[in-house]
Ligand binder design. Structure first.
Ligand code: G
Ligand code: MN
Length: 416
């Protein structure tokens, strides 16, 4: 490490000493991991991938024209600290050539080793005033790249907070007691006679800051595998409630629906788990509706689609949740055993005023009718939309108008 570099990077102290100066101008930190997918390690063995590290790193530094800058190394990861880069745009341009796979000769064999990078450019991050802080932004960018499976991600001002926020959420989830999670139930109502046909079970998390809904914690629960135990508790609670509350009140035609996420569908034992609970509680499998999001369904012949097929063979009803909220490719109704389409509240909310949305919903209802699929309108908040839903042929409705999610017994009253 030369003196200029050390002076530049050793410190918060010098940065603070020059208040007002953007001291990290010209500095770039790059966090790199070798073989992020672990494929080269599988193919060539760990030792050879480690051996490949030095030539890959040299290639990167040479190409960037920064051979002399600081590199903090571990076996399969580096932090490259670059100083005096006067033209960040050109730097990014040069960086493009060293992203992704590198071909390395090892013991006479040509090996390919992939890299992922997180890049923090000092001049893009005016609030960053020390090298150590810039490193953390490079780490945040790398964390984002790895999560999104990008080859490279550039740090922006919010990225570090967002990664740190996710870590903090993971800690709080892990520290939570079983009793901090509970399940609420929201009625699904038959539009023809306004009778309750069943309930959707909805997971909730009680925290110091109030009740948190899954949209705020599900992605973290999924990326940390906490979703599996969490999901199992929801499933067992929902089936217990079906047996002890819903069936006795509404009869054995009534159902409970359970939301299953990506990771839960990848868990090949979930069907057996549900099967055991169905037997234990003496409910009919048809009384269990399983809600999956469209994106999980789209890819046929995956672990997720096989779980869906198995759940259907068990007798559960398969529902597509939030239909129309993202990428809608209804063609999967041909290939997968879909029983129910739940049309997203964003479409239902615009049904009255928006012609294209109404046309889309009408098309969905027609496909459903032609294929014997049950339709549910989600997010019904007032009565105005009801005649339109009946007109389109919807079977069931759900939303605040009929009943908010509740955990108290009065939600099982029978008729909305
Ligand atoms: O993605 P899914 O459809 O499973 O999400 C259900 C969520 O939608 C629940 O958290 C529930 O509280 C919420 N929800 C249910 N009915 C309504 C409604 O009428 N309006 C709004 N805005 N949200 C609703
Ligand atoms: Mn749902």
């Amino acid at each position: 490490m030369n003196a200029t570099v050390r002076g530049m990077f050793d410190g918060a102290a010098s940065a603070q000493g020059h208040a007002g100066l953007a001291t990290m101008d010209g500095a770039v930190a790059i966090a790199v991991v070798l073989d992020p997918s672990h494929r080269a390690t599988t193919a060539y063995g760990h030792d050879r991938v480690v051996q490949a590290g030095a030539p890959v790193l040299r290639e990167i530094l040479e190409h960037l024209g920064h051979l002399d800058d600081v590199v903090v190394r571990s076996d399969l990861g580096w932090l490259i600290r670059i100083s005096g880069e006067s033209d960040p745009a050109r730097f990014v341009y040069r960086l493009r050539d060293v992203l992704g796979p590198h071909l390395i000769e090892l013991d006479g064999e040509t090996c390919v080793v992939e890299t992922s990078m997180g890049v923090a450019i000092g001049s893009d991050l005016p609030s960053v005033s020390s090298a150590v802080e810039l490193d953390r932004y490079a780490d945040a960018a790398l964390a984002t790249a790895l999560q999104c499976r990008f080859r490279v991600t550039y740090a922006d001002a919010r990225m570090r907070d967002s990664v740190v926020g996710a870590v903090d959420l993971a800690r709080r989830l892990k520290q939570s007691a079983d009793s901090d999670f509970f399940v609420m139930y929201q009625p699904l109502v038959r539009l023809a006679d306004r009778h309750i046909a069943g309930y959707e079970s909805l997971l909730r998390w009680r925290t110091q800051d109030g009740i948190v809904t899954p949209d705020r914690f599900m992605s973290v629960a999924e990326s940390t595998s906490m979703i599996v135990p969490l999901g199992r508790r929801t499933i067992s609670q929902a089936i217990a409630t079906l047996a002890t509350r819903i069936s006795p009140g509404l009869g054995t035609e009534a159902f409970v629906s359970i939301n299953l996420s990506d990771q839960q569908l990848f868990d090949t034992t979930v069907t057996d788990y549900i099967g055991r609970l169905v037997a234990e509680y003496g409910v009919a499998p048809q009384q269990i509706w399983v809600e999956v999001r469209e994106n999980e369904m789209i890819q046929l012949d995956t672990l997720a689609s096989r779980t869906i097929e198995r759940l259907h063979e068990l007798g559960c009803r398969i529902c597509i949740d939030d239909l129309g909220s993202g990428f809608s490719a209804l063609s999967y109704v041909r290939d997968l055993p879909i029983d129910v389409l739940k049309v997203d509240r964003s479409l239902i909310g615009r049904l009255i005023d928006n012609g294209p949305d109404r046309a889309l919903v009408r098309a969905i209802c027609e496909v459903a009718r032609a294929t014997g699929i049950v339709t549910v309108a989600e997010g019904i908040e007032d009565a105005d939309v009801l005649p339109h839903l009946t007109d389109l042929g919807f079977d069931l409705g759900q939303g605040y108008f009929f009943g908010r999610p509740g955990s108290s017994p009065d939600v099982f009253g029978g008729v909305a």
